[in-house]
Ligand binder design. Structure first.
Ligand code: HXC
Length: 279
């Protein structure tokens, strides 16, 4: 759906690009002509993404081993990258999450999720933003959030808190850094299966089927659908989009959040009864 060289001339870093949706975005950006950088904790995962991009016939992928929870490590990694020129885009994709009853969480469990999602995203954005502003370099930040950043959600409370903060950062920086040529946007994906997220978040086959059933489109998202949107938002074609969060969830959260959505279990007879009760 795009021109083959949509992202040519751009150098884009994806955190957590060694697996899952991050890896899918890197492969797509590279296929559209971008030079990509993957940053994450596991060297083997980063190398796997680089290998896949090479197999796709894409350009070499820069690999940076870094834990985004460590601000000094983040700044050092970004400084090293800048020695080969500036980045043009940052995708804050790395996340940490698991389902748990909130009363069962230890303070370290809270810290580990907020450390990755909220602090890590802020550290990466600061490290790049300071350099972009100093060099008057135009750039784009894309943050991967979730729909429960604004609805909240039971059983993933630290993740909801962190993603809500990232969404607030997205909108705040759109205004503060927009005049400096830096766009900030977010994507809120619904369920897009990945081994990592599914292992931590989906309790079993029944939960998977329930999630599919409660989606208005009756299915999960496909990775290329997410990477279509991410590529658009990282391209100059979306140059006037700033401070926006784009939901891509098949309509899931609207159905889950609506007050009378539970009526979807009513039968034809039930509806006839309701019709007769009027007046
Ligand atoms: C309760 C848990 C737990 C669990 C860890 N902890 N897993 N508590 N239930 N399932 C607690 C530990 O007991 C420990 O506290 C503390 O959290 C730190 O755990 P560690 O394993 O030492 O942390 P670490 O090795 O740094 O791993 C971080 C992690 C891990 C977040 C726990 O899952 C990870 O690396 N995740 C990265 C990838 C990821 O999460 N992807 C999913 C993103 S999906 P104590 O007190 O015992 O020391 C997403 C969007 C969802 O974000 C939308 C989908 C629809």
């Amino acid at each position: 759906m795009f021109q083959a060289e949509l992202l040519k001339g751009k150098r884009i870093l994806v955190t957590g690009g060694g697996s899952g949706l991050g890896q899918a975005m890197v492969r797509r950006f590279a296929a559209l002509g971008a030079r990509t950088v993957v940053l994450g904790r596991r060297a083997d995962a980063l190398a796997e993404t680089a290998k896949l991009v090479a197999e796709d016939g894409g350009p070499e992928v820069e690999q940076v081993v870094c834990d985004i929870r460590d601000p000094k490590a983040v700044d050092a990694a970004v400084e090293t990258l800048w020695q080969n020129g500036p980045l043009d885009g940052l995708v804050n994709n790395a996340a940490g999450n698991f389902v748990s009853r909130t009363e069962d969480l230890s303070h370290r469990a809270v810290d580990v999720v907020l450390g990755i999602v909220l602090h890590g995203t802020a550290y990466m954005t600061l490290a790049c933003g300071k350099r972009w502003i100093a060099a008057k370099h135009r750039a784009s930040v894309l943050n991967i959030v979730t729909t429960y950043a604004w609805t909240g959600s039971a059983y993933v409370v630290p993740s909801a808190m962190g993603k809500a903060g990232v969404l607030a950062m997205t909108r705040s920086l759109a205004v503060e850094w927009g005049p400096k040529g830096i766009r900030s946007n977010a994507i809120a994906p619904g369920p897009f299966p990945t081994p990592g997220a599914w292992k931590r978040l989906i309790p079993g086959q029944d939960a998977e089927e329930t999630m599919k059933r409660k989606n208005p489109l009756g299915r999960f998202g496909e990775h290329h659908e997410l990477t279509n949107l991410a590529s658009y938002l990282m391209s100059d074609g979306s140059g006037f989009v700033n401070g926006e969060v784009v939901t891509i969830d098949g309509g899931e959260w609207l159905k889950g959040a609506g007050e009378f959505n539970f009526l979807d279990t009513l039968s034809d007879d039930d509806w006839e009864q309701m019709r007769r009760r009027r007046g």
